[in-house]
Design a protein around this ligand. Structure first.
Ligand code: PLP
Length: 391
């Protein structure tokens, strides 16, 4: 059989992707992250970051980072289990455990690594993992890596979850996995009901609270506080610092035996360099602001209500989301890109999300809000959506 050179094989696939409107590429941001950004020489009003509380460029975080760099340098130089675990990392783990209300916390270098580490670290070949179809890619990847049997139920369908639990062998370890706030839809996992099913079948539960942490709960404790979950019912929680916390990295919070197991068995924890101590120092500063500055969450809610009322008045079809993630489904990929471009020409940047990140035929504008937006900014967004004739 005649073969095609390797580079031709790749470029053929890339050309196909381009033709399908699925090509992705980076764009260069010249300014700091924020609501007004410079992107490739253009000044844009951005509704396109996960910096929900507006902390990514906060002076207190910058100062904490700089001070820690002066003391500890830049690189952590080793994994946590060698000499990479600084006193800042330790302090952050202790304060987070208190904040979330779990016995122990373990830091990971990113949310992606935390998710593959926790799933692969706890589950193996004869086990069963049951997850929501709309879960983040890293949760699906973790399950694949673990070699456990994996089932995916229709989004938030608790009777489908229950059926899968009934069908699973009684002796298999079972883990139910769900996003807390769904990253592309903005809605919440039906946690109380999910926990009831888990209890009935002695299944463990892992909640990825990347988009709930800092945003939900009185002090930003996340989804557990939102649903008022009792201490003894708390599932394993994964949270990230790259979103509302405005820094970088992630953690898993759980009881002591779970965390000890992860220290021994989570390969993405053991075999990677610890994040710089200065990142942990900045995250400590962020944790303080997240807890104390409740006005940031209040402001966010005000902006969300203003947006939803305005969008409804324009006849836009909103999703069932009360969070900072407010998607507008367009459907067709190319049409979504076109609308994104029209908005950008009006100076407004929104996320344009296409398959495979979302299901076929559900390309969407992913609009996200930050406590640093003003009501004036939201009005500008609504005007631009009206102009772009989105329906
Ligand atoms: C962003 C995100 C992650 C990954 O976190 P990183 O720290 O960016 O690697 C995991 N889960 C969800 C739901 C996310 O939105």
């Amino acid at each position: 059989m005649a073969t095609v050179p390797w580079s031709t094989q790749l470029s053929t696939d890339l050309a196909k992707r381009k033709a399908a409107g699925r090509y992705r590429s980076q764009r260069i941001r010249e300014s700091a992250q924020g609501v007004n950004i410079q992107l490739e020489g253009k000044s844009l009003l951005s509704f396109c970051s996960n910096d929900y509380l507006g902390l990514a460029n906060h002076p207190a975080l910058k100062q904490a980072f700089i001070d820690a760099v002066e003391q500890q340098g830049v690189g952590s130089g080793a994994a946590h289990l060698l000499t990479g675990h600084s006193r800042y990392h330790q302090q952050l783990e202790e304060q987070l455990a208190e904040f979330i209300g779990h016995e122990k916390v373990l830091l990971f270098s990113s949310g992606y690594q935390a998710n593959i580490g926790v799933i692969d670290g706890l589950m193996s070949r004869d086990d069963v993992i049951i997850q929501d179809k709309l879960n983040h890619a890293s949760l699906l990847d973790g399950a694949r890596l673990s070699m456990a049997k994996q089932y995916r139920y229709q989004h938030a369908d608790m009777s489908a979850l229950s059926r899968r639990l009934e069908q699973s062998t009684a002796t298999a370890h079972k883990l139910i996995v769900s996003d807390g706030v769904f990253s592309m839809d903005g809605d919440l996992a039906p946690l109380p009901e999910l926990l009831n099913h888990a209890k009935k079948h002695d299944a463990a539960v892992l909640i990825d609270d990347a988009h709930g942490l800092g945003v939900l709960g009185k002090q930003g404790e996340g989804l557990l506080a939102h649903w008022n979950i009792k201490a003894e019912d708390k599932p394993i929680i994964m949270g990230t610092f790259g979103k509302a916390f405005g820094t970088s990295g992630a953690f898993v919070a759980a009881d002591e035996v779970t965390i000890e197991t992860l220290i021994q068995q989570a390969r993405s924890y053991v075999y990677t360099t610890a994040q710089p101590a200065a990142i942990a120092a900045a995250t400590l500063a962020s944790l303080k602001l997240v807890q104390e500055e409740t006005w940031r969450r209040d402001k966010l809610q005000t902006l969300i209500s203003q947006f939803r009322a305005g969008a409804q008045a324009l006849g836009l079809h909103l999703m069932d989301s009360q969070t900072a993630i407010q998607p507008i489904v367009i459907g067709d990929d190319k049409k979504a890109i076109e609308i994104g471009n029209t908005l950008e020409n009006k100076g407004i940047l929104v996320g344009v999300i296409r398959p495979p990140t979302v299901a076929e035929g559900s390309a969407r504008l992913r609009i996200t809000f930050s406590a640093n937006h003003s009501e004036q900014h939201v009005s500008q967004l609504l005007d631009a959506l009206e102009f772009a004739n989105v329906h």
